[in-house]
Design a protein. Structure first.
Length: 150
């Protein structure tokens, strides 16, 4: 199983728009990152996002570039302060390749938990970037395949 963790693209500030959509710079960077991920073989069969506009817009760009036939949905447990254990436990029952578009500090915490098995010194996560992981033992342990820094 492959897992693609994607931090949403640059968003406008709440003083510009309370919904915080992607900024024009964010839209361009997300499109480039999605094309790069597709070129590296990212083909998720399910795309999850937090439901926040900037995460949904980011997820849509990856969905279009990587696999427009993938299941696409907002899902629980991806809010910035949600415990990463919730998603880790959901991934243990998942056999499909998954892309998650989410937020700081949740994604760095999830990456650290998956790679180290515990909450420890955070594993660096690229701001507005992507980290690709793979597991071959039903999501008990994970290895990093590649990352995209924007």
């Amino acid at each position: 199983m492959h897992l693609f963790l994607v931090h949403h693209g640059d968003a406008v500030g709440p003083e510009v728009d309370a919904r915080r959509p992607l900024s024009p710079i964010g839209e361009l960077a997300v499109a480039r990152a999605a094309a790069d991920a597709a070129a590296r073989g990212a083909r998720p069969t399910v795309v999850w996002h937090s439901g926040k506009l900037r995460a949904r817009q980011t997820a849509e760009a990856f969905w279009r570039a990587c696999n427009a036939l993938a299941e696409f949905s907002a899902t629980r447990d991806l809010q910035p302060d949600d415990p990463p254990e919730w998603i880790r436990d959901r991934l243990r029952g998942e056999s499909r390749d998954v892309l998650i578009a989410g937020h700081y500090p949740h994604l760095p915490r999830l990456l650290t938990l998956l790679l180290t098995g515990r909450k420890s010194t955070p594993v660096p996560f690229p701001q507005h970037g992507v980290v690709a992981l793979v597991t071959e033992d039903d999501a008990d342990s994970w290895n990093e395949l590649w990352r995209i820094d924007i």
